[in-house]
Design a protein around this ligand. Structure first.
Ligand SMILES: [Zn+2]
Ligand SMILES: [Zn+2]
Length: 174
């Protein structure tokens, strides 16, 4: 509402006076053309352009994100068995590596669903050996070392999954 002194005309409707401007491209827009977004009023073109950037995910991005996250997370979970408590420091690094690999593979095509898909992939990948450890402890009754290995894998699974999700999601926060 800074243009109350100068009369503006909607760029779509040259006869309609307005005091609104699109906060992205600065063009004057009438209330009919204005779309209220999270960041203020925008013209329809800018809203459409924004959606294009954020929603360009292709169907094949989902299996790609899922497989990359799953395979890398599975590979990392082998380390969790050997590294014992060092995994507390290493799991976030593995999580970031997984997130960056997914980001590299899907490029600029991102969506909230992709972050979830990658996180689910990372979770499942890390749960394979976790389930294996669990079976050894429960079915064969090996507490002690077996139980401790289970704890490290549990920490690994949790850390990697959350790191992948928040790392990927963080990219779009502006
Ligand atoms: Zn605009
Ligand atoms: Zn208009």
């Amino acid at each position: 509402m800074t243009d109350t002194l100068t009369t503006l005309y909607c760029y779509n409707h040259p006869n309609v006076e307005t005091s609104l401007r699109c906060n992205n491209c600065e063009r004057p827009i009438c209330p009919k053309c204005a779309v209220l977004t999270e960041t203020g009023y925008r013209c329809k073109e800018c809203v459409r352009g924004q959606q294009k950037v954020f929603n360009t995910t292709q169907w094949y991005d989902f299996p790609i994100a899922f497989v990359i996250a799953g395979v890398l997370s599975f590979a990392g979970s082998f380390l969790a068995g050997f590294l014992s408590f060092f995994i507390i420091f290493l799991a976030p690094i593995i999580g970031v590596a997984i997130a960056e690999s997914v980001r590299f593979a899907i490029g600029r095509r991102r969506s909230p669903q992709i972050y979830l898909t990658a996180a689910v992939g990372a979770a499942l990948g890390s749960l394979i050996l976790l389930a294996n450890s669990l079976t050894i402890v429960i079915v064969y009754g090996f507490p002690g070392a077996g139980l401790l290995g289970l704890v490290w894998r549990l920490i690994y699974a949790f850390t990697v999954t959350t790191t992948v999700y928040y790392r990927l999601r963080g990219i779009n926060i502006r």
